[in-house]
Design a protein around this ligand. Structure first.
Ligand SMILES: CSCCC(=O)C(=O)COP(=O)(O)O
Ligand SMILES: [Zn+2]
Length: 214
């Protein structure tokens, strides 16, 4: 099957799944001021060739319209005729798919993920230890410790995208951009949502803990 043969139902199903997760996350206020972007991979995958459905750039993600998503290739180029522009951050999604082969990538801006990235900027990562919800990352060891990497928030997205490879840790399905937001991913859309929620829980915990002990 070539890419142009991807069944329309498969594409529509990814769009429907994106609409569903977008609504859930929007209800939590996780897309302030048009921020955030979401994508779900569609069809066959090799690191060199894959495609995914992604939110269009600049849209109010708390609103559902018939023109919210498009299908792009591994370089972030639209695969079907459309007047929509893919998310400005599509290249970061491309890198995460290329390097992990995951099934979905979700990006949100929240006050707690911004604060956590600012507090731990110089450390380059947020340390999280002994929090039960770390099990959501499929890490079951007692008192487990993980570090969530923080990358600089360059204005040029390709400059950020080229740092993704050095930041990926197969155990930790997320990367923060400093004072920007979190990218979380998973093998399936269900896993990506669970990971995103666990990260957000941990960031709020880390920020509140820091202010309690100072
Ligand atoms: C208003 S937030 C600035 C852009 C951004 O960081 C973001 O997540 C949304 O960009 P998009 O092009 O995906 O709408
Ligand atoms: Zn963003």
């Amino acid at each position: 099957m070539t890419r142009s043969d991807i069944p329309a139902e498969q594409i529509q199903s990814a769009y429907a799944e994106l609409a569903n997760i977008k609504g859930i996350l929007a209800d939590r206020g996780w897309f302030p001021a048009t921020s955030g972007n979401l994508s779900i991979r569609v069809g066959d995958y090799t690191p060199d060739q894959f495609q995914f459905a992604i939110t269009a750039s600049g849209k109010d993600k708390s609103v559902q319209t018939p023109e919210d998503y498009l299908l792009v290739d591994e370089n972030g180029v639209p695969l079907l005729p459309t007047k929509l522009k893919p998310s400005a951050e599509t290249l970061i999604h491309c890198e995460i798919y290329r390097l992990t082969g995951c099934g979905a990538v979700y990006h949100v801006h929240t006050v707690f993920n911004n604060l956590a990235s600012a507090i731990y900027e110089t450390a380059g990562a947020i340390p999280l230890k002994g929090i039960e919800i770390i099990k959501a990352f499929n890490i079951w060891e007692e008192n487990a410790e993980i570090h969530v990497p923080i990358l600089p928030n360059y204005a040029e997205i390709p400059k950020i995208a080229e740092l993704v490879e050095g930041a990926i840790n197969p155990q930790v399905p997320g990367i923060l951009l400093h004072n920007h937001g979190i990218y979380a991913w998973g093998a399936t859309p269900f896993d990506a949502k669970r990971h995103l929620e666990a990260f957000e829980f941990c960031f709020e915990y880390a920020v509140r803990m820091k202010s309690l002990i100072q």
